[in-house]
Design a protein around this ligand. Structure first.
Ligand SMILES: Cc1ncc(COP(=O)(O)O)c(C=O)c1O
Length: 349
């Protein structure tokens, strides 16, 4: 079996609620910083020390505990390549808890490891016992996503630490792409620092709205990051991404405003699903997964016909009938809910 990242066709106009993006766009300060770039800055190889310093300060870690990457995707690829690099250790394995972000399996498969898929339990409960059972001498990397994409469910911190303790020889990759919305993070915690094998992934694509500029970060002990640095190209962050990151990190009002929009949007979606009798899972991220059962295709198509794009996740393991909807700007969420009501009520009549 080979694994690939499923790149969805992206419409050029309409309401994009299918990729967990920031539906407000980046802070206006980011555009000002991009406009202020000089011709020389475009011509010279980027030095993004300032962005590393700003990011470390924001995350309250040391600069050598941060590695900026070309989106978190590059961080995932680098971690996979590094974890699987040692040819003297045969038959490497990577543990992935399903359903999961496609990139984990795609990257470790490309790097030459076997993907060990562990299904979540009832209501996507984190399968701690099954993960512990799957760990062995061949395990090179374990991917844990908190909150999970596509379910939005967080993983208890104790479960992460128990896994890190049980597999000291493996890299424990804690993907916190949506941690801004969850308000909980392992970054900078004494707990994470106790385990040199934990590396945390963050992205500035979601809460900061820099998806197109591609900025992610790996955070971990200086020692473990020093190894991963060896497989990350020297100029991963281009100059636009680096000035954008500094500007976005400064605009905390905009960031907090957006988190508030997401909180309100999720509450509106929950209310709508309760009213419409749709099962859903409360989410710690900026999206909600809902089970439309046999109506899933008509919901996705009906919304799409109204230029509202949501993500059909019904082919993901354990997700039949499921659709994932981004919770962003409240006005956008209200538009989506009205369209959803039209589609579902039309389907019922
Ligand atoms: C769980 C998870 N990790 C990583 C990423 C990739 O982030 P980036 O856009 O920074 O590459 C995503 C993007 O959707 C994601 O959902």
């Amino acid at each position: 079996m080979s694994y690939t990242y499923e790149k969805v066709a992206t419409p050029s106009s309409g309401l994009r609620l299918h990729l967990n993006e920031n539906t407000a766009g980046c802070s206006p300060r980011v555009l000002a910083a991009l406009h202020a770039l000089t011709r020389e800055q475009a011509a010279f190889y980027p030095d993004y020390t300032e962005a590393v310093t700003a990011c470390a300060a924001r995350l309250r870690v040391e600069t050598d505990e941060v590695l900026l990457t070309n989106g978190l995707d590059e961080g995932i690829l680098a971690a996979a390549v590094w974890a699987v690099r040692d040819r003297a250790l045969p038959d490497p394995e990577a543990v992935v808890v399903m359903p999961a972000f496609d990139m984990y399996a795609a990257c470790v498969d490309a790097a030459g490891a076997r993907v060990v898929e562990i299904p979540t339990g009832q209501d996507f409960a984190f399968p701690i016992k099954a993960v512990l059972r799957a760990l062995g001498p061949r395990t090179r990397i374990v991917f844990l996503t908190t909150p999970n994409n596509p379910t939005g469910r967080p993983i208890e911190r104790d479960a992460v630490l128990t896994i890190a303790a049980a597999a000291p020889h493996a890299l424990i990759f804690v993907d916190e792409a949506y941690a801004d919305f969850a308000g909980d993070t392992l970054v900078g915690s004494l707990d994470a620092r106790r385990f040199g094998n934990i590396v945390i992934g963050r992205t500035f694509a979601k809460a900061y709205g820099l998806a197109a500029l591609r900025v992610g970060a790996l955070i971990g002990s200086a020692g473990s990051l020093a190894s991963i640095r060896r497989v990350v190209p020297p100029y991963s962050l281009n100059v636009c991404a680096s000035v954008a990151l500094c500007a976005a990190l400064e605009d905390t009002d905009y960031y907090n405003w957006y988190l508030d929009q997401v909180r309100t949007s999720k509450a509106l979606l929950y209310e709508a699903f309760d009213r419409l009798g749709v099962r859903y899972w409360r989410s710690a991220a900026n999206f909600v997964l809902a089970d439309f059962d046999e109506n899933a295709t008509s919901v996705v198509d009906g919304l799409s016909a109204r230029e509202i794009f949501v993500r059909d996740r019904s082919r993901d393991p354990l997700c039949p009938g499921c659709v994932r909807i981004t919770a962003g700007v409240v006005k956008h969420t209200r538009a989506c809910i009205s369209a959803l009501e039209e589609v579902l009520c039309g389907a019922a009549s």
